[in-house]
Design a protein around this ligand. Sequence first.
Ligand SMILES: NC(=O)c1ccc[n+]([C@@H]2O[C@H](COP(=O)([O-])OP(=O)(O)OC[C@H]3O[C@@H](n4cnc5c(N)ncnc54)[C@H](O)[C@@H]3O)[C@@H](O)[C@H]2O)c1
Length: 352
Amino acid sequence: MSKKTTDVSNFALAGFGRFGRHHANVIANYPSSRLLAIAEPNQLAFEQASKEFPETAIFKDPFRMMEEVDVDAISIVSPEDTHAELVKHALNKDIHVFCEKPLSTKLDEARDLVAQAKQKNLLLRLGYILRYEPRHRILQREVQAGRLGTLANIRAKRDASRSWFEAYGHRVHPVYETLVHDIDLVLWISQQRCRSITAWGGYHLGFEEPDTFVMIMEMERGTLCTLESAWLVPDGTPANILGWGEDKQTGNGVVDASIEVLGTKGSAFLKTYESSLTINDESASYFPDLGFWPEIDGRTMGALREELWDFVQTVRGEPNAGVDSLADALHVQEICKAAIDAEKSGLKVKIK
Ligand SMILES: NC(=O)c1ccc[n+]([C@@H]2O[C@H](COP(=O)([O-])OP(=O)(O)OC[C@H]3O[C@@H](n4cnc5c(N)ncnc54)[C@H](O)[C@@H]3O)[C@@H](O)[C@H]2O)c1
């Protein structure tokens, strides 16, 4: 898959926000990659990027950036509704793409992008970080080795702070923001396609998008999967995600997620965020993230590093984990649309 076999691979990044600054840190710290350019339209974030990456060209406009710099790949970490247009432009310019979820909130658009990447033999990776987290990888391996027997049920939960929903979570349907991760996990763990969906939404906080969502997926070999997401975790709950705010103190919150897999011969339970390190200060207790994107001595580590370094290695034509699947990524998009249609209509929606 490598486009160039030079010693150093050149990367660009679109969106230097809460998550983008971690992407930038990880890519810049890969030994044979260079973060050549960042595009960030917001003035404050633009200045922050210039300060943190003085040798990187910082642009306001991502399209201009792609015209002016010659890069092998781009990481797209901008708001959800900007992804599709940026991915399309990058693929047109023969640039490999890592795109945070969702690829698009329109199924036809997602199909076109996947077809375009395949036709041009370019990488298109979606940000399904759980595939790169060691406990999830071991769970998937054990299930696929038949340790639990035939899969009967999968139960997944992904709750998040209410204050995050009010601040930005409502900008996209929770199916595309939180549940995409669990839909992807179900496909990867079960290695089955989904046949039908039933779904329900709750609108407690007064936004257009539901703040709670429950969906049931019936899989092709009979596994039944219940997925839930509620953006209602109260502010008093000890935080496990720290430092989203510009001052690295505000914006702390909670992701409360777990997955349970039940088979005819065994079962497995995985709590996504562990509380093995508890810090109590004068005003609160919190559990710093140790596994996903912990920042230690100025370096972002954890599953995000595994995921993005794997992408960099694939771009460079080096050995990789081989856990990503563009076919699954497209099926996730089909399931998201079906779930929203099922909730709106109150009917079971079948997927061909
Ligand atoms: N995989 C995960 O676990 C995970 C975790 C967090 C966020 N995300 C995803 O990452 C993406 C970014 O989320 P965030 O929380 O960092 O959002 P954010 O709002 O904090 O950051 C987005 C940044 O993009 C900038 N931006 C806006 N329009 C742009 C454009 N056209 N081109 C380039 N930059 C643009 C904004 O100014 C902002 O700084 C979202 O898609 C989100 O779903 C994924």
